[in-house]
Design a protein around this ligand. Sequence first.
Ligand SMILES: Cc1cc2nc3c(=O)[nH]c(=O)nc-3n(C[C@H](O)[C@H](O)[C@H](O)COP(=O)(O)OP(=O)(O)OC[C@H]3O[C@@H](n4cnc5c(N)ncnc54)[C@H](O)[C@@H]3O)c2cc1C
Length: 432
Amino acid sequence: MSSSRKAIIIGAGPAGLSAALRLHQTTNIKPVIYELRPEPTTLGGAIGIPSNGLRLLDRLGVYDALLKRGSSHSGFAMYSLTRGRLGGLEDFVAHARAETGYGYMRVKRVDVVDVLLDAVQKAEIPVYFGRKLVGVLDGEDKVGVSAQFEDGSTDNADILLGCDGIHSAVRRMYVDPDQKPEYSGLSGMFSIIPASRLSESATRQMTGLSVTLTEQGIFMAAPCTAGKDEIYWGFQREIPVPDTQHSRDGWEVRGRQEVDGFRDNLHETLANGQGDWIDTLRQLVDATNVIKLYPIYRLPLGGTWSRGRCLLLGDAAHATQPHAGQGVSLALEDVFLICRLLADPTRSIEEAYASFHRIRSPRVAEIHQTAARNGAVRKNAGPFGQWLKETALWLALSVPSGLGIGDRLLGQKHSTYDIEEEEILNISHGSF
Ligand SMILES: Cc1cc2nc3c(=O)[nH]c(=O)nc-3n(C[C@H](O)[C@H](O)[C@H](O)COP(=O)(O)OP(=O)(O)OC[C@H]3O[C@@H](n4cnc5c(N)ncnc54)[C@H](O)[C@@H]3O)c2cc1C
């Protein structure tokens, strides 16, 4: 291999931008990013980033900028629609904070992308917007890999990183065409609203993540800016796949129905609830003008992540359903590991990709399973099933809290993990 190598990165989401930044910081590989959208996207809700992800964002040099944008409020409260507050914690990440020095942040996805893009641009890494990848030519030999874009342009490099999300074109067209996203059975709607539309007492109740259980699904609400002036809220529930031949059209029709009727439907869901907190949820619903339905998809475990000179990172490789809150952090872990592996010019690309798969697979599988388990709480329940679910959660919250270990719940094990501590072994010498 020549001493200076080049990487094409497809996708300017969290995985693609952080991969470019870390390659620039720690390797001799020159990254160039291609993004489908014509400009940085304003789409997306607010993402919860636990301490394992925050630590990596700090190592990337963007944590301080994010701290000025996102909410670090780390209270947790769980409510029942009919039984009031089931339990909670003043600081639900106290254990991870003590172990790692980092807490938890709820931040708008657009702010994460903006801060990373700013750092990428300061590092003078080229980013091309409005470039949709439509083809990959990879000789799987010493020649390199070529990316073809919809506008007819092409680019060549030593490696190509597919950071193009759950519906990845790199995966679909080249790396693993058989791997297809599957519907989780759950759909959600979300919005971000100015806190000024709520009463003062409602805003005071927003001390972090609040979750409310109903028979039809789960409400969640959290501040998502440092000044607590914007509130993210969402409602997730079980929705069957629309009964049409073309599920995309079916989802569009279903989405329109849900969006048109969201206020009435949610007020009906909240009808039996009482108390200040339920009034706050009603205020959130009334204060919302724009909302979107999104069916939640995930990738089944067991896919292939690399072929030839191409490697998938982040959601393109292993999108889990979002119920472990680890999507962005998993993408960052991928980035840190692959950059460490590629930083050594004596290690072949083949070896680097094989080590990446070996080290990442167990962690991805564990988080995939945690997310699926957590998601199940959102499934419909009759009155007795709901009572059982709430009682189990009340016990799960109150017994460890009584023992003083409540802050070890809620995914703390995943949040203290440090990818930089993974041992890297040399396997064998590959061919390119
Ligand atoms: C409802 C919901 C809630 C979530 N909550 C959380 C949470 O609380 N915490 C958390 O950590 N994660 C959460 N996630 C997951 C998180 O959003 C993802 O894990 C994360 O965005 C993955 O980043 P990525 O860069 O791999 O992919 P993406 O963010 O999907 O970015 C992919 C990029 O590639 C571009 N692209 C796609 N196709 C092409 C192409 N052909 N050519 C060029 N560019 C292309 C896209 O435009 C996009 O910019 C949530 C996800 C959902 C759906």
